[in-house]
Design a protein. Structure first.
Length: 160
């Protein structure tokens, strides 16, 4: 997923009538690819900023994060809640992930603004603060995906 069209296609192919682990794996891959791009941007600060990469990331961030979160909250989590009915640990994990979704979406909005400014060559962006923001965001997304893959998407609850 190296372009905005690929992310748009992924989101338009989102299943609406069932849970698809194949789609979710592709979505996680797209998120991790975007995280790698964000890490490259952070590593390039302050002197070697790839402005095109910043614009691409700014354009991709909110649609990708929000689209995947909607899928999880509208399809995956309800299915897990049904199959794991009465499992308090599962219910708490889902509540935690939903809370992280809200935090990630708010953070993505702020980060999109910063990336847009970096991409437009705005010299007033504090590079140290931008790097800190980028790293905080992509590390949080990576942890979130790792938790989902390790604890939510394995075992008897889901069939591939």
């Amino acid at each position: 997923m190296t372009d905005y069209t690929g992310i748009s296609r992924l989101l338009s192919d989102r299943p609406t009538d069932a849970v698809s682990l194949d789609w979710l794996k592709k979505a996680h891959h797209a998120q991790l690819t975007l995280c790698s791009a964000l890490e490259e941007i952070a590593d390039s600060l302050p002197a070697n900023i790839n402005r095109q990469k910043c614009i691409y990331a700014a354009k991709s961030l909110i649609p990708l994060i929000n689209g995947i979160h909607r899928y999880e909250e509208e399809a995956l989590f309800p299915m897990l809640e049904t199959t794991g009915s009465g499992n308090q640990e599962l219910a708490e994990a889902i509540a935690r992930l939903k809370f992280e979704h809200v935090e990630d979406e708010c953070f993505a909005e702020e980060l999109t603004d910063t990336l847009t400014r970096l991409g437009s060559g705005d010299g007033t962006v504090n590079a140290e603060a931008a790097g800190y923001m980028l790293r905080g965001f992509f590390e949080s997304i990576r942890r979130h995906i790792a938790f989902e893959q390790q604890f939510m998407l394995r075992g008897p609850r889901l069939a591939s």
